[in-house]
Design a binder for this molecule. Structure first.
Ligand code: PLP
Length: 441
C-alpha cells in the first residue's frame, strides 16, 4: 500500500500519460523493460546516473537502458559528436559514411576474434545474421543454443524457451516449424551437448552453438570460468562454429568483451547495446574473415551468399555514436569503473541482506548485478523433479519481481524488473552509497 500511495501522490503526470497510452498502445507500454505495475513512469530527462520523470521525481538509474549506456545516460561528449553529424548530413543517406569504417576498425582492433564487422539494426538482427552466416559457411542446418539464454525475439530464437528457472516465453504466433532446426541444451551441461553434437553428426551436422558467454540471461545463471574454454574445445572437435552473443557483455565487460575476459575466441560475435553507447540501431556481427566474406557481394548479388539488410542500419548517427562511445570507454576505462561500482553495490546489498536476515541473494560479474528475491536460479540439469518445481517457482516469481521493481521505484531506484542492476561510469561511490540507503529502506 505504501508503494501504491507513492504512485498516487507523486506520479500524477506519469499516470495521465500511462492512461492515454492504454488507449493506443497495446498493454500501455511499448518497451519490454518498462515496468507497468502499477503503471509505467513517463521519463522526461536522463543524465548520468539519474533519470527524472514528468512529475519531477529523480531516480538512480540501474536500468541504464537495459545495459546499453555504460558511459551513463545521455553522455555529453558522445551526444555532441552525434549532434555534429546530424547537423551536417542528417540521420541517414543510405550510402557509405566514413564513421562506418572507423567504427568497424575500432571493433576489429579491440575484439580479438573479429577480423571483419558488419553493422546491423539490433541485437536480434545480428543474431539472425550470425546464424545465417554459420549455416551458409558450414553448409549445415542445426543450431544449438543454451536453455534460458536470450538471443532476441526472432521466431527461431524465441520459440520454446522453457528451461527450469526461466518460465516460458509467450510464443503465440510462432509456428513450431520456425524453430525446426534450433535445439536447446541444458545450460552448463557439456556432456549433454557432446551427445547432441554426436547425434547431429548423423543428421547432417551442427552449424553452430550459440551462447551468452557469461551464462544464460546475461549471467543470471553464471557459468564457471572453464566452461567457455571447454565449449571452444568441444566445438573444435566437432568442427562446429562457436557464436558468442555479446549483446550484453560486449564492451560492458571490457573493450574486448567476454571473449577477452575469458580468453576464448569464438568464430562469430554478436553485438548490440553498448556498441553504439545506447544510440538507436545498435547491432552488429563480426568474426573471421573467411566466414564474414559470405556477406560480400557485388551489384546484382551474384556472389552474395548471405542476405542481410535494414534501411536504417549502419546509419551515420549509430556509427558516429559507436565510434566515439568506444573511444570514450577507452579513455575513461568505463568498464573497469562500472565494474568497481558493481562490486561495491553487490557487497553493500549482500551486507544489508545478511544483516536483516532477508531470504535474498545478490551476486555480480562486474557491472552486471543480479538481485534475486525469490525463486531458485541454479539447477541440477539431470533431475526432472527439480525441473518441474523450478518452473512453477518461475511463474510466481514474475509477479513478485514486478512488485519489487515498483517498490524500489517508490524509493527512487530504477532496476531491470527488480532483479538486475547495471552500473555505469556515472556511478561514483556517493551514488552507490545513496542507492544502498534507499535499498535498505
Ligand atoms: N542477445 C542478448 C544476450 C540480449 O540480452 C538481447 C537483448 O536484451 C538481444 C540479444 C537482443 O538485442 P536487441 O534487443 O537489440 O534486439
Amino acid at each position: 500500500s505504501q508503494v501504491l500511495s507513492y504512485f498516487d501522490t507523486h506520479c500524477r503526470q506519469s499516470k495521465l500519460v500511462a492512461t492515454a497510452a492504454e488507449h493506443v498502445i497495446p498493454g500501455g507500454v511499448q518497451h519490454n523493460l518498462a515496468f507497468n505495475y502499477p503503471h509505467p513512469l513517463a521519463i522526461r530527462a536522463a543524465d548520468g546516473a539519474y533519470l527524472s520523470d514528468l512529475d519531477g521525481n529523480r531516480y538512480i538509474d540501474f536500468l541504464q537502458a537495459g545495459g546499453a549506456t555504460l558511459l551513463g545516460a545521455n553522455y555529453r561528449p558522445v551526444r555532441e559528436r552525434v549532434q555534429a553529424v546530424l547537423a551536417e548530413c542528417g540521420p541517414v543517406t543510405g550510402l557509405l559514411h566514413e564513421y562506418e569504417v572507423k567504427l568497424a576498425e575500432l571493433v576489429c582492433r579491440h575484439v580479438p576474434s573479429v577480423e571483419m564487422f558488419r553493422m546491423l539494426g539490433s541485437g536480434t538482427e545480428a543474431v539472425m545474421a550470425a546464424i545465417r552466416l554459420a549455416r551458409a559457411h558450414t553448409g549445415r542446418k542445426w543450431i544449438v543454443k543454451m536453455g534460458g539464454g536470450y538471443h532476441g525475439w526472432s521466431d527461431q530464437m524465441v520459440y520454446g524457451i522453457r528451461v527450469p528457472g526461466t518460465g516460458r516465453m509467450d510464443a503465440a504466433g510462432i509456428p513450431r516449424s520456425a524453430a525446426a532446426r534450433i535445439q536447446e541444451g541444458f545450460p552448463h551441461d557439456l556432456h549433454a551437448l557432446r551427445r547432441r553434437l554426436q547425434l547431429n553428426r548423423l543428421r547432417g551436422g551442427t552449424a553452430a552453438v550459440i551462447v551468452e558467454p557469461f551464462g544464460p540471461e546475461s549471467g543470471t545463471r553464471p557459468v564457471t570460468a572453464e566452461f567457455n574454454g571447454e565449449l571452444r574445445t568441444l566445438c573444435d572437435e566437432f568442427e562446429v562454429l562457436l557464436i558468442f552473443d555479446e549483446v550484453v557483455t560486449g564492451f560492458r565487460t571490457g573493450l574486448s568483451g567476454a571473449q577477452g575476459y575469458f580468453d576464448v575466441r569464438p568464430d562469430l560475435t554478436v553485438f548490440g547495446k553498448c556498441l553504439t553507447g545506447g544510440y538507436p540501431m545498435s547491432g552488429g556481427v563480426g568474426g573471421q574473415r573467411d566466414i564474414m566474406m559470405n556477406l560480400a557481394g557485388g551489384l546484382g548479388g551474384s556472389q552474395k551468399k548471405v542476405l542481410v539488410g535494414g534501411t536504417l542500419s549502419a546509419n551515420p548517427l549509430s556509427c558516429v555514436a559507436g565510434y566515439y562511445s568506444i573511444l570514450e570507454m577507452e579513455k575513461t576505462q568505463a568498464a573497469q569503473h562500472a565494474g568497481r561500482a558493481g562490486d561495491r553495490l553487490c557487497a553493500g546489498l549482500t551486507e544489508i541482506i545478511d544483516r536483516l536476515g532477508l531470504p535474498y541473494v545478490a551476486y555480480n560479474q562486474g557491472s552486471i548485478v543480479h538481485l534475486q528475491t525469490s525463486g531458485v536460479m541454479l539447477m541440477d540439469a539431470r533431475n526432472p523433479f527439480k525441473l518441474i518445481k523450478l518452473v512453477r517457482e518461475a511463474e510466481s516469481r514474475k509477479r513478485s519481481m514486478e512488485e519489487f521493481g515498483a517498490a524500489y521505484c517508490a524509493h527512487g531506484l530504477i532496476t531491470l524488473a527488480g532483479s538486475r542492476l547495471y552500473t555505469s561510469l556515472a556511478d561514483t561511490d556517493e551514488v552507490i552509497d545513496e542507492a544502498l540507503n534507499r535499498f535498505e529502506d
